[in-house]
Design a protein around this ligand. Structure first.
Ligand code: 13P
Ligand code: SF4
Length: 336
């Protein structure tokens, strides 16, 4: 059967997803690169970008990483200004760690529906039902939720953090039920799960994943733990975005079906040009499961936000201090 996807990510992704900024707006891509580079020096700015952003944003960033790497980079740097090309909770975390620095975002409306699925008033009531539980919260959450939490975590360090909680201690895990369920099964540790999920990862269905495995019998299926259990059970490897990337470099396999946001394929292909990466299908009509919020970061918006120094992240100091504790605890429990 003819392959559903080629391995040339930029050519096979729909243009509005693969490259939302190139060729649009006032300046060419080359001119935007030049202007952003000049502003970066002038402002002493650090540009951080998540692996799920469009390739040209990854090209212009100083550091491209997963949520944990970016939180660490935001904590330790000599920049005066942090420009965060990701989603809101990531830039907010950078601001919580750096009250003295200006933190900018190309598009302040780039939110995370997973974070939004856990409103603070409902979570407070939920937490009251388990007064003895320790609250471990995925970094994909609002500052209000972090303020109600004991420890923040990311998909890179969740296992390391849960392992440090004494056996017998009740654990509430929020907001991603798939990540929480995966760790709970892996560590055989009962956890009380908030029932949120990431629409991008939750959209992969077992039937289409199995079909892709049949179409590409020589490919290894690798998956992010935000996917459903039915998908994870078929994966040769499960890990955070960074762990998946490292796995594709280290593995002897030549072909991979990648069940996570397809933005990471850009870096995977860059690190292993000889290997083939197939984005896991969501369904026949929508073969890519894309985070549209991450793709709201365009080169043009990145340039404009640096030029105008807005949108800027502003956080109330009481809330900042209340949410800082759980982030600091994460960084102390999993030093980089
Ligand atoms: P990681 O960056 O920890 O892999 O998380 C994936 C994600 O969904 C980020 O929003
Ligand atoms: Fe949120 Fe999912 Fe997008 Fe990550 S990929 S920002 S969890 S919606």
């Amino acid at each position: 059967m003819a392959p559903m996807f080629a391995n040339d990510y930029n050519q096979t992704m729909p243009r509005d997803i693969a490259s939302t900024s190139a060729g649009f707006g006032t300046y060419s891509q080359e001119e935007l690169f030049r202007r952003i580079g000049a502003l970066k020096k002038e402002m002493n700015a650090l540009i951080l970008a998540h692996y799920y952003t469009v390739p040209e944003i990854q090209q212009v960033a100083d550091i491209v990483g997963d949520s944990l790497a970016l939180a660490r980079a935001a904590e330790k740097n000599d920049a005066d200004v942090i420009v965060f090309a990701g989603v809101y909770f990531m830039a907010e975390t950078a601001k919580i760690l750096n009250p003295q620095k200006q933190v900018l975002m190309p598009d302040a409306y780039a939110g995370c529906p997973l974070a939004d699925s856990c409103p603070a008033d409902e979570f407070r009531k939920f937490k009251e039902s388990y007064p003895d539980a320790i609250v471990v919260t995925y970094i994909n959450s609002t500052a209000d939720i972090k303020a109600l939490s004991d420890i923040t975590c990311t998909s890179s360090n969740v296992e390391q953090i849960i392992r440090q909680i004494p056996p017998g201690k009740q654990i509430i895990f929020a907001p991603d039920r798939n990540l929480g369920g995966y760790i709970s099964r892996k560590l055989q540790r009962e956890m009380i799960l908030w029932q949120g999920c990431c629409y991008v990862h939750d959209a992969f269905s077992e039937i289409y994943i199995l079909k892709a495995c049949l179409d590409y019998p020589d490919a290894e299926l690798i998956a992010h733990p935000e996917c459903q259990e039915e998908v994870l059970r078929h994966a040769a490897f499960i890990g955070s975005t960074k762990a998946l990337l490292d796995y594709t470099v280290a593995s002897t396999a030549e072909k991979f079906i990648v069940a996570t946001e397809p933005g990471i394929l850009y870096e995977m292909q860059k690190r292993s040009p000889q290997k083939t990466f197939i984005p896991a299908p969501r369904d026949p009509e929508s073969p890519f499961s894309v985070c549209t919020q991450m793709k709201q970061n365009t080169l043009e918006k990145l340039y404009q936000c640096m030029l105008n120094r807005k949108p800027e992240i502003v956080i109330d100091e009481t809330l900042r201090l209340a949410s800082l504790g759980s982030i600091k605890r994460m960084l102390e429990m999993t030093p980089g």
